[in-house]
Design a binder for this molecule. Structure first.
Ligand SMILES: [Zn+2]
Ligand SMILES: [Zn+2]
Length: 336
């Protein structure tokens, strides 16, 4: 059994463990991990920007695999099922958990962030954290399948024909474009600061128009007040200011990107006088089955977003690729 231990910064150790895999408890399942997505959050963790995640630990919170054993009370899945994983686990009993706001459970944890995650051969999980995937879906698609973006974009209240601007041409932005389309958006513009990332995104055809964003104070003239909904997946001071300018009167701005720095010098009257709704989303934990169906039906294409694959042995190379933000790389996964 292999286990990739993150030792801090960009140091990893691949441990070979003897013995047999762990045994699941009554309400748990044992997963043979098959794929793990590498995410920007992993890079934040490696840079020490995520105090909740401390080395030594096993990274990997975007996980898929195959059930190889189940506890006595497990009913929803059985041995042999292929599943995607919700890495966020709550107590399952408190008010927040019952409202599908498991990410705020006081007794919760997250695999790959506050507890060992998917970068290992076997992982024991609560039964309620796994969702079966159909035969046509690959493990790598299942690993990067993102219910969080879906939920967040759903809260934007997009109406048929709406004009939507998505900021940030990374994997999240590209998924957000596709979700906006599913929800009825009429015209979708993808905005990005880096020309090279825009060049990579454009051939995928997931938006209708592509816009190179040139800072909050310049290049706004042509987009000011054009969009009913702006979805900021970049999370920078520039993207936020741009979003406030680009959104139409009475429009909505979703802040989905996690901000690395506080934003200052915002003219709050841009929100007040335009009657805007500006909101964040950490994502409720429901909607897994819907997203699985949308991906399976081809309405959300994850396959073409996966540009790089690494074995567990090569994983450090994968993390450094994602960290260096190579323009023609969109999403990297590990095949375990
Ligand atoms: Zn992630
Ligand atoms: Zn709870």
């Amino acid at each position: 059994m292999r286990k990739l231990v993150w030792l801090g910064k960009d140091n990893f150790l691949l441990e070979q463990l003897a013995g047999s895999p762990p045994t699941p408890r009554e309400d748990e399942v044992l997963l043979k991990v098959r794929s793990v997505g590498i995410c920007g959050t992993d890079i934040h963790i490696m840079k020490g920007a995520f105090p909740a995640a401390q080395p030594p630990m096993v990274l990997g919170h975007e996980i898929s695999g195959e059930i190889v054993a189940t506890g006595g009370q497990v009913k929803r899945v059985r041995e042999g099922d292929r599943v995607t994983v919700d890495a966020v686990a709550g107590c399952g009993k408190c008010e927040l958990c019952r409202q599908s706001r498991v990410q705020f459970c006081a007794n919760g944890f997250e695999f790959g962030i506050t507890r060992d995650g998917g970068c290992q051969d076997y992982l024991v999980l609560p039964e309620r954290n796994v969702y079966p995937i159909p035969p046509g879906m690959s493990f790598e698609e299942a690993a990067v399948l993102d219910m969080e973006v879906y939920n967040a974009v759903r809260k934007c209240g997009i109406e048929r024909g709406d004009s939507v601007l998505v900021l940030g041409a990374g994997p999240i932005g590209l998924i957000a474009c596709q979700v906006a389309r599913v929800l009825g958006a009429g015209h979708i513009t993808l905005g990005e600061v880096l020309k090279s990332r825009l060049d990579t995104a454009e051939p995928l055809g997931m938006a209708d128009a592509y816009l190179q964003v040139q800072g909050a104070s310049s290049g706004n003239g042509n987009v000011a007040g054009q969009f009913q909904v702006v979805i900021d997946c970049a999370g920078t001071s520039g993207s936020f200011k741009y979003a406030l300018k680009a959104v139409r009167t009475c429009g909505r701005v979703l802040l989905y990107g996690v901000f690395e720095h506080p934003v200052d010098q915002i003219d709050m009257n841009e929100i007040v006088l335009k009657d805007l709704v500006v909101f964040g989303s950490q994502s409720d934990r429901d909607g897994w089955e819907e997203v699985i169906d949308l991906v399976s039906a081809g309405a959300i294409d994850l396959r073409r977003l996966i540009t790089d694959r690494f074995s567990l042995e090569e994983a450090p190379k994968g993390y450094s690729l994602v960290e260096s933000r190579v323009p023609d790389s969109i999403k990297a996964v590990l095949l375990v």
